[in-house]
Design a binder for this molecule. Structure first.
Ligand code: ZN
Length: 452
């Protein structure tokens, strides 16, 4: 039973029920689970692995609630740099259609390494296209190698251009095949036990790329297995217009009609939710993944996060796909979330600690996990440490916790998942990092060159 001692943290941010911040904090974990937490002097002095975190702030590992890892291969594609959502998608679909299993695996490894290096310990991913034999298995394999906790969601697109949908027909699948594969990946990979490293969700891509029937059947299937549901919703004004035109209702009502509200559902973006939809989400305990960088990058708008939090909606943060962010850094996302709410609502709209909370505890709630997201007895030893002696934090010693969000963003000195160090000094240590970078570069070059 391996043990871990993290000691002498300048501040250990527990995010526990009392939101305690322990100066000179420490925690002791056995077999990946926190056994003791408190002041360094009161805890065991030795362990199999001892990390002296003098000069550091230690936080619960970040929980990323929305991503499309494969998009790491298509960052900053010139023709898609300045487009709004629908045109952005139509520009990138033909490039994505050329991917295969190796693209999915390598880009997932790279994207998850980026997240790990910046303090993320649990990530979800929304994979909704499976060209040329690609499978959800390919990214799960990558996550196992990186050692991050992973919620893979089996996405899908079934309504192609010829039927009034947005994606090209070559990227859509039959609805029977989609449901059969959802069932396969749940049965193969989903682990419902506490401290699970892999969970699977069901995630039709969006109301504008699948049918009403698939949305409904996906919800029924997910509930048969007790897995979670995820999709994109109300991302921008075009998205709402599509819903009104095609379904005659706003996105919130559409979701409700098809069984897509509830404590086992989380929706990405929700930029355009109105007051009644916010109430619906609060009442039904439906979760939201807020992706501020992506929303700004695509000019989608400002999600009403302050109103959602006030209404009691579960809100987590997501970096979203790397073709619409083009970064996978949760501290940056927390910072941008804070800044963006202030643009819309003024200075006190979101505090640094609230931003940190939705990046950790909030994300865990959105993913339906009670074993991660804060540091307390019996919780997973998932944490990240940041060196406050970095130049980025100079002059901010009054409040290192707020500094973590307001300054920087920086890489983590240590990222620990289940008591295991997966990133040290901002470098993922579980994978052949340079090899993965080279493979990724080659795959990108071939994908983009084939376009020319
Ligand atoms: Zn997305």
């Amino acid at each position: 039973m391996p043990t871990l001692l993290v000691k002498n943290a300048d501040v250990l941010v527990t995010m526990d029920d009392g939101r305690r911040e322990l100066k000179g904090g420490a925690l002791f974990a056995r077999d990946g689970v926190i056994e003791e937490i408190g002041l360094t002097a009161d805890l065991p002095q030795t362990a199999d692995v001892v990390l002296d975190m003098t000069g550091h702030v230690v936080v619960p590992g970040f929980v990323n609630t929305h991503h499309h890892l494969y998009q790491n291969l298509t960052r900053t594609v010139p023709a898609a740099q300045d487009a709004l959502l629908f045109d952005w998608l139509k520009t990138l679909y033909p490039i994505w259609a050329r991917m295969g299993p190796e693209h999915i695996r390598v880009s997932a490894m790279l994207g998850l390494a980026e997240l790990a290096e910046t303090g993320c310990t649990t990530s979800s991913d929304h994979l909704y296209l499976f060209p040329n034999g690609a499978r959800l298995d390919d990214e799960i394999e990558a996550a196992v190698e990186v050692g991050i906790r992973f919620h893979a969601t089996r996405g899908a697109m079934s309504i192609g251009e010829s039927k009034g949908g947005l994606p090209p027909d070559s990227l859509v699948e039959s609805e029977d095949a989609i449901l059969a594969d959802c069932q396969r990946v749940i049965e193969t990979f989903h682990d419902c036990n506490p401290f699970a490293m892999i969970r699977v969700g069901v995630a039709p891509c969006s109301p504008f790329s699948v049918s009403r029937e698939l949305m409904r059947d996906a919800a029924i299937l997910a509930r048969q297995y007790g897995v979670r549901l995820h999709t994109h919703l109300a991302e921008n004004a075009e998205d709402v217009a599509y819903s009104l035109e095609m379904f005659g209702v706003r996105p919130g009502r559409y979701a409700e009609e098809l069984g897509w509200c509830g404590p086992d559902v989380w929706h990405a973006h929700c930029v355009e939710l109105d007051g009644s939809e916010i109430d619906l989400f609060a009442r039904s305990r439906t979760g939201v993944s807020h992706c501020p960088c992506s929303n700004m990058r695509l000019g989608s708008g400002i999600a009403p996060i302050r109103e959602m939090l006030q209404a009691g909606v579960s809100v987590g943060l997501g970096v979203d796909g790397s073709a619409s962010n083009d970064s996978g850094h949760m501290l940056n996302e927390a910072r941008q979330a804070l800044l963006l709410q202030r643009v819309a609502k003024g200075g006190a709209a979101l505090s640094a600690r609230q931003a940190l909370e939705i990046a950790t505890r909030g994300g865990a709630r959105v993913l339906g996990r009670s074993d991660i997201g804060h540091l307390a007895l019996g919780m997973a030893a998932d944490l990240a440490a940041f060196d406050m002696r970095a130049i980025e934090f100079a002059g901010a010693q009054w409040d290192p916790v707020a500094a973590l969000v307001l300054c920087g963003p920086v890489r983590a000195t240590a990222t620990i998942v289940g008591g295991r160090l997966i990133s040290a000094d901002g470098r993922c240590v579980t994978i052949p990092r340079q090899t993965v970078l080279s493979q990724h570069e080659l795959l990108t070059r071939r994908l983009i060159n084939a376009e020319r």
